[in-house]
Design a protein around this ligand. Structure first.
Ligand code: CUA
Length: 320
């Protein structure tokens, strides 16, 4: 299939759904443009032709019922046709093919989390095999977000308390940006991600390796990975720095600097030693023990596999 490159009006297209939607968009665009030119042209023509002239008395205009019915009914017919074709295209594109791979998409302030059929999760980054139909099951942990990938021509709200669905079949290898298209709070504009469309083989390899420590990680993605460095990479990727500082400054949540190995004052019960078990529990069940002074914010739920949790603990440990 030949896919259109980026144009002035439309971004690059990377999905099987894009061409029909784009064609419809261009049809409506040209249709509207023709009528814009015709109607504006006629208006200008009549303004000039029937302008006020000396010695010419204006005639009284009469009702022309037939003409009025004509110009009311004709656009209505066009609108019904446009609606019908658009709705049909939308339903066809939004319905997942039989046997589509189901990916769960969770919006949370302010990050996207993706869950693959094998249960592995990752934040902000989504890898999809090329030419395989995918069904996204969207949900939200807090407020309304909107999952938007321009290159796929896919946009759907993620609403708390319910599931919504959208389907796509990526047809081109490469990366595309994921946006949140619904204003959801102060860091709405940071709620970005990347979708990587890869070959089937690369996809399977990615699934196999996702939960293991990669060889390289860090800010540049090229540093030799250690548990603490991988932990920091996961920490940043999951949006933790939005609330947790690592330099001791107070945010919406306790700073993690120097926390490990010290006594933490809790809202309820005696102080608790911040050891491996405490950090693990705070990551996986954030509401279990709440540090004094932080009852107003609720940390969203994160699910990490053991190697990732261990890496995060190693990172917290390293914050002296
Ligand atoms: Cu999430 Cu805007």
């Amino acid at each position: 299939m030949i896919l259109a490159p980026e144009t002035f009006q439309l971004p690059r297209s990377m999905s099987a759904e894009a061409p029909s939607g784009d064609a419809l968009y261009m049809d409506i665009y040209w249709f509207s443009l023709v009528f814009l030119v015709l109607i504006t042209g006629a208006m200008l023509y009549f303004v000039v032709k029937y302008r006020r002239k000396k010695g010419v008395r204006p005639e009284r205009t009469r009702d022309l019922t037939k003409l009025e019915i004509f110009w009311t009914i004709t656009p209505l017919i066009f609108l019904v046709i446009i609606f019908h074709v658009s709705f049909e295209t939308y339903v066809k594109n939004a319905t997942a093919a039989e046997g589509a791979m189901e990916i769960r998409v969770r919006g949370k302030k302010w990050s996207w989390e993706f869950e693959y059929p094998n249960g592995s999760r990752e934040a902000k980054e989504l890898t999809l095999p090329v030419n395989k139909p995918v069904k996204f099951i969207l949900s939200s942990d807090d407020v309304i977000h909107s999952f938007f990938v321009r290159e796929f021509r896919v946009k759907r709200d993620a609403v708390p308390g319910q599931y919504s669905y959208i389907a796509v079949t990526p047809t081109e290898l490469g990366d595309a940006q994921i946006f949140c298209a619904e204003f959801c709070g102060t860091s709405h504009s940071d709620m970005l991600g990347t979708v990587h469309v890869v070959t089937d083989e690369q996809f399977r390899k990615h699934l196999d390796e996702m939960d293991k420590m990669p060889e390289v990680c860090g800010d540049t993605g090229k540093e030799q990975c250690t548990p603490a460095l991988w932990g920091r990479t996961l920490f940043v990727k999951n949006g933790c720095p939005t609330c947790h500082s690592v330099d001791g400054s107070k945010g919406n949540a306790p700073s993690l600097k120097g926390v490990f190995g010290t006594l933490q004052p809790l809202t309820q019960g005696p102080d608790v030693m911040a050891d491996e078990n405490y950090v693990r529990e705070s990551i996986l069940r954030p509401q279990a023990k709440i540090v004094k002074g932080f009852t107003n914010t609720q940390m969203p739920l994160f699910v990490f596999k053991d190697p990732q949790t261990d890496a995060l603990i190693a990172y917290v440990k390293s914050l002296k």
